[in-house]
Design a protein around this ligand. Structure first.
Ligand SMILES: NC(=O)C1=CN([C@@H]2O[C@H](COP(=O)(O)OP(=O)(O)OC[C@H]3O[C@@H](n4cnc5c(N)ncnc54)[C@H](O)[C@@H]3O)[C@@H](O)[C@H]2O)C=CC1
Ligand SMILES: O=C(O)C1=N[C@H](C(=O)O)C[C@H](O)C1
Length: 264
C-alpha cells in the first residue's frame, strides 16, 4: 500500500486526485493540505466522510503523517518550495503543477539524488496528451516546420502551458533550431506570432468553456498534418496520476514525463 498526501486538495485537480486516491485499492489517503484548509476529504468530493481533514501547514502534516508520496497540484509560484519541503522530509513528490523553471527542475534533481528520495514531474498526466507529444516528436523528423496552439480554461495562471513547453522541448530533440516564417515578417500587433521556442511558435488561448486542449500543426510542401488532443474533464488525468504515485518510489532521482513510465 502506498500512502499519499494530496497538496492543493481543495482545487480543481486536487479534488479529482482526492477521489481517485480514495477509490484506488493500492493507494491510501493519509492526509491533505490546502491553504484553504478545513473540510473532510471524503465529504469534499462526494464520498463518505473519512475523518481526514484538509490541513493548512504542509511541513507539519508531512512530519506527523510521514506519507510515501505527496501529490502536488497547487500553483506555479509555490510548487518549488512544496517539492523541496517534501524531499527534505524524505517524501516522494509527484508533481502536476506547471511553471517550474529549468533551473528549479535541476535543483530538484540534485536534491532528489542527494537525499535518495525519488521525485516525479509530469506537465500532463493524460495518456492522450503523452501520445500527442511522442507522436509530435516523430512527425517533426519529417516535417520540421511546426506551430503549437494550446487552449485552456480562463482560470489558468501560466502561459504557455506546461504541455506546450514540453511538446516544444521534445520536438527540439529531433528538429534543428531554425526561425520559421518569412525572414522579413513583422508583427503589426505585439504577440501576434505567439511565443517562440527555438524558432517554433506557441499560441495560448484562454476562454471559459475549455478544459485543456492542444493542437500541433506541421506544415510541408503542399500539405499539413494536425495532431490534436482534448481533455474533456479532469478525470482524464487520473490514471496517469495514480500510476505515478504507485511507481515513484521505485524510480531514482528525478523523472520528468509520464512517457518514461509507459512502454512505446
Ligand atoms: N500535469 C497535469 O496533468 C495537470 C496540471 N495541472 C496544473 O495543476 C495546477 C493546479 O491546477 P488547478 O487544480 O486547476 O488549480 P486550482 O486553482 O483549482 O487549485 C489550486 C489549489 O492549490 C491551493 N493552494 C494555493 N497555494 C497553496 C499552497 N501554498 N499550499 C497548498 N495549497 C495551495 C489553492 O487554494 C487551490 O485550492 C496548475 O499549475 C495546472 O497547470 C492541471 C491539470 C493537469
Ligand atoms: O492548468 C491546466 O488546466 C492544465 N495544465 C497543464 C499544462 O499547463 O499543460 C496540463 C493540462 O494542460 C491542464
Amino acid at each position: 500500500m502506498v500512502t499519499v498526501l494530496v497538496n492543493g486538495a481543495c482545487g480543481r485537480m486536487g479534488q479529482a486526485v482526492l477521489k481517485a486516491v480514495q477509490e484506488d485499492s493500492e493507494l491510501k489517503l493519509v492526509g491533505a493540505v490546502d491553504i484553504k484548509g478545513g473540510e473532510d476529504t471524503g465529504k469534499l468530493v462526494g464520498l463518505p466522510e473519512n475523518g481526514i481533514l484538509v490541513e493548512s501547514n504542509l511541513t507539519e502534516a508531512l512530519q506527523r503523517l510521514n506519507p510515501d508520496v505527496m501529490i502536488d497540484f497547487t500553483r506555479p509560484d509555490v510548487v518549488f518550495d512544496n517539492v523541496m519541503t517534501a524531499l527534505r522530509n524524505k517524501v516522494s513528490p509527484v508533481v502536476g503543477t506547471t511553471g517550474l523553471s529549468d533551473g528549479q527542475k535541476e535543483e530538484i534533481r540534485a536534491a532528489a539524488e542527494k537525499l535518495g528520495t525519488p521525485a516525479f514531474i509530469a506537465p500532463n498526466f493524460a495518456i492522450g496528451a503523452v501520445l500527442l507529444m511522442v507522436l509530435s516528436r516523430q512527425a517533426a523528423k519529417y516535417m520540421p516546420d511546426v506551430e503549437i496552439i494550446e487552449l485552456h480554461h480562463d482560470r489558468k495562471l501560466d502561459a504557455p502551458s506546461g504541455t506546450a513547453v514540453q511538446t516544444a522541448a521534445m520536438i527540439a530533440e529531433v528538429r534543428k533550431a531554425h526561425k520559421q516564417g518569412h525572414p522579413e515578417e513583422k508583427e503589426k500587433l505585439a504577440g501576434a506570432r505567439g511565443a517562440e521556442y527555438e524558432g517554433m511558435h506557441i499560441h495560448s488561448v484562454r476562454l471559459p468553456g475549455y478544459v485543456a486542449h492542444q493542437e500541433v500543426i506541421f506544415g510541408g510542401l503542399g500539405q499539413t498534418l494536425t495532431i490534436r488532443h482534448d481533455s474533456m474533464n479532469r478525470e482524464s488525468f487520473m490514471p496517469g496520476v495514480v500510476l505515478a504515485a504507485k511507481k515513484v518510489r521505485s524510480l531514482c532521482g528525478l523523472t520528468i514525463g509520464l512517457d518514461k513510465l509507459l512502454e512505446f
